[in-house]
Design a binder for this molecule. Sequence first.
Ligand code: NDP
Length: 273
Amino acid sequence: MKQFAVIGNPIAHSKSPDIHAAFAAQFEIQLNYERLLAKEGKFASTASRFFEYGIGANVTIPFKEAALQFADECSEAANLAGAVNTLSRQGDVIKGDNTDGIGLVRDIRDNHNVSFNNQNILIIGAGGASRGVILPIAKEAPLRITIVNRTLVKAQALSRQFAPYADIQASAFDELSQPFDIIINATSASLNGEALNLPNNIFDIETLAYDMMYGGKPTPFMQFAVESGAMAVNGLGMLVEQAAQSFEVWHGVAPTTQPVINMLRNKLVRELR
Ligand code: NDP
């Protein structure tokens, strides 16, 4: 049986084994996909042991940067993101990729039918998740990308890094004043149930507000966006779409994602009851 895993810390909550089992069933592929807890500072030894028998691994918080160092060769997306979420063993070589950004683009563009082309995009946050989605968004030819972050210098560094790929600028929160077409919350504020200090005039009825965080109920960011007149969705589709891209890297076939998104959404709502 082919062996796969997701490596992180914590890892017990990970939905990846369910997602990959559902994808594998679509093609009658036999595989085993386990959750692997790596101790802090022990990513490389955990991954090395796994790849003695494993074919592919997803990597999640807090090891995506360590996975970039671990891989022998990395894709352009992974190098620019500074992070790897998909490792594949090909002979003696471990390849690293980053499918998070493609996952976000596919969810917004294909599942929610909202195009990035010629649109004004706001990304909130300048951490790993933000860095990972900028290049795939830039490839969709938006009008302009604005990055806003609590620590402004981090947004400025990202805008300099990605200037060759898009019209991109950094902003402080108090400089935001006009509506955007797509607003992506790539901060970890929702993880702690915290609201962001946003002005409500960045939203209008045409705005799609997207929280990368997912759960059974709307986040404070999503609630604020809806109260300000926008449409709001969470990042569950991104999770499933990034997994679909990993699955394609490993198995060479593209799974159907919508039934898996629906299954997980129902499960998350049931868990809240
Ligand atoms: P990082 O720790 O690298 O970055 C966190 C970012 O959030 C920083 O920009 C930080 O600002 C900002 N931030 C945190 N708290 C606040 C606050 N209270 N107010 C304003 N800004 C705040 O995290 P990641 O980038 O790795 O992850 C961010 C989120 O993306 C997580 O919630 C994660 O779950 C989600 N994610 C979802 C995925 C999916 O598949 N749906 C995939 C990947 C990530 P500062 O720089 O000032 O500290």
